[in-house]
Design a protein around this ligand. Structure first.
Ligand SMILES: NC(=O)c1ccc[n+]([C@@H]2O[C@H](COP(=O)([O-])OP(=O)(O)OC[C@H]3O[C@@H](n4cnc5c(N)ncnc54)[C@H](OP(=O)(O)O)[C@@H]3O)[C@@H](O)[C@H]2O)c1
Length: 337
C-alpha cells in the first residue's frame, strides 16, 4: 500500500528508472524527471524493470516529467544524473525543491555529494548512496539490473532507515551504512574498469574474460590503492572480495579467473559499463570523476599516477572518436609492454 511520502528521481536514466521503477513496484509513489527521449519510450511502452534472476515488473502508470518543477512535491530526491550534470541538478533542486527534503546521491565517484552540499547548503538533508550493480537501458522502456550483487547502500539516518523499511526486500532493497565515504572509495576502485570496458568496445563479460584488459584494470587498481594509502584513506570492501585482494584476483590467469571468479559474479552477456554507453552515444564520460579523481589525488600528493593518467588520456581520444583497442594494444598503450 502506498504511503504519501513521494520520491522524485532527478535524472531518470538507467539507474534512476531501475531504482524508481522497483520502488514504485514496492508501493512507493515516484515521480521521474528526465529527458523527452525516455519519456516518449515510457509513454509508448510503459516502464518495465527486471533483473538477472528473471524478476520483472511492468508499470503502466508512470509519472514522468521533463521539467524540474515536480521536485516541489517530493520529500525524497534521488540524484541519478551523471557526475558532470550534478551542479545543474543541484541548482534545479535549489530552485524547485522543498526545504528539508532528503537528497540521496546514487552516483559513482566520490565528490558529487560535496557538489550538492556546496550548492544546496543546509536547506536539504544530503546523503551519499551507492549502486553496487550494473543497470542498463534495453530500449522500449525496459531497464535491467544485469548483475547479481549487494543491495543499494545509503548513509544510515533516521529518514533513510524509514525509507529502507518502505522499500522492503525487493530487487532495489536499501542497506544502511555509517561508512559511506570509505564505501565510495571502494566502489571507485571497482569502477576503474568502466574506462577499460569503454575502451575495449566489448560487453563487460567478454572484456573481463581477456587477461590483457584485466592486467590494465589490476594495474589501475594497484596504483589507486597506493595513492589512497599515502593519503590515509582506507577504501571499504564492496562486494565479495576486499580491495587489497582484488588486483590479485583480477590479474589472475584466464584458466582461474574464467572458471572460478567470473562465474560467481553472474554478469549478463550483454551488460556494458555506463561509460561504454556514453562513448557509444557520443556523450562526455565520467572519467574525470573516476580515474581522474586518482590523478588529482596524485597531484595533491605531488606524485604521478601514470596508469590512470594514461587511461584518462585514451578516454579523451575515444570521446573524440578513436576506435576501440584490442586487449594487447591497450596493454601496450598503458603498461608499455
Ligand atoms: N548504469 C550503471 O550501471 C551504473 C551503476 C552504478 C552507478 N552508476 C552511476 O549512476 C549515475 C547515473 O548513471 P546512469 O547510467 O543511470 O546515467 P544515464 O543513463 O545517462 O541517466 C542519467 C539521465 O539523466 C538525464 N539528465 C541529466 N541532467 C538532467 C537534469 N538536470 N534533469 C533531468 N534529467 C537529466 C540524462 O540526460 P542527458 O544524457 O541528456 O544528459 C540521462 O538521461 C552515474 O554517476 C553512474 O556512474 C551507473
Amino acid at each position: 500500500m502506498a504511503d504519501g511520502r513521494r520520491v522524485a528521481v532527478l535524472g531518470a536514466g538507467s539507474v534512476g528508472c531501475f531504482i524508481g521503477g522497483a520502488w514504485q513496484s514496492a508501493g512507493i509513489p515516484v515521480i521521474f524527471i528526465g529527458r523527452p527521449r525516455i519519456a516518449r519510450d515510457i509513454h509508448e511502452h510503459g516502464l518495465t524493470v527486471s533483473d538477472y534472476s528473471g524478476w520483472s515488473s511492468r508499470l503502466d502508470h508512470v509519472d514522468f516529467a521533463c521539467v524540474p518543477a515536480p521536485l516541489a512535491d517530493a520529500d525524497i530526491i534521488l540524484v541519478t544524473v551523471k557526475s558532470g550534470a550534478t551542479e545543474e541538478a543541484a541548482r534545479e533542486i535549489a530552485e524547485n525543491g522543498r526545504d528539508g527534503a532528503l537528497v540521496i546521491s546514487f552516483q559513482n565517484g566520490v565528490s558529487n555529494v560535496d557538489v550538492l552540499k556546496r550548492v544546496l547548503g543546509d536547506r536539504f538533508e544530503i546523503v551519499r548512496g551507492m549502486v553496487p550493480y550494473n543497470c542498463a537501458y534495453l530500449g522500449q522502456g525496459r531497464f535491467h539490473k544485469g548483475v547479481a550483487g549487494a543491495p543499494l547502500c545509503v548513509e544510515d539516518r533516521a529518514r533513510t532507515r524509514e525509507l529502507a523499511r518502505r522499500v522492503g526486500a525487493g530487487p532495489a532493497a536499501l542497506k544502511l551504512s555509517d561508512d559511506m565515504p570509505r564505501i565510495a572509495w571502494g566502489k571507485l576502485l571497482i569502477n576503474l574498469n568502466n574506462a577499460i570496458n569503454a575502451l575495449s568496445g566489448r560487453p563487460l563479460l567478454e572484456e573481463l574474460q581477456s587477461r590483457d584488459y584485466r592486467r590494465v584494470f589490476a594495474a589501475a587498481m594497484r596504483e589507486g590503492l597506493e595513492l589512497l594509502k599515502r593519503a590515509g584513506i582506507r577504501p571499504a570492501k564492496v562486494g565479495a572480495i576486499g580491495p587489497r585482494l582484488l588486483p590479485l584476483v583480477i590479474g589472475s590467469p584466464d584458466w582461474l579467473f574464467n572458471s572460478v571468479f567470473i562465474k560467481s559474479w553472474k554478469i549478463d552477456a550483454k551488460a556494458r559499463s555506463s561509460m561504454s554507453d556514453d562513448l557509444a552515444h557520443g556523450r562526455k564520460t565520467e572519467v574525470d570523476h573516476i580515474n581522474g579523481e586518482l590523478v588529482q589525488l596524485a597531484q595533491q600528493l605531488r606524485i604521478d599516477a601514470p596508469v590512470n593518467r594514461k587511461i584518462v588520456e585514451l578516454i579523451r581520444k575515444a570521446e573524440r572518436g578513436a576506435a576501440p583497442l584490442s586487449p594487447a594494444d591497450l596493454r601496450r598503450e598503458i603498461l608499455g609492454r
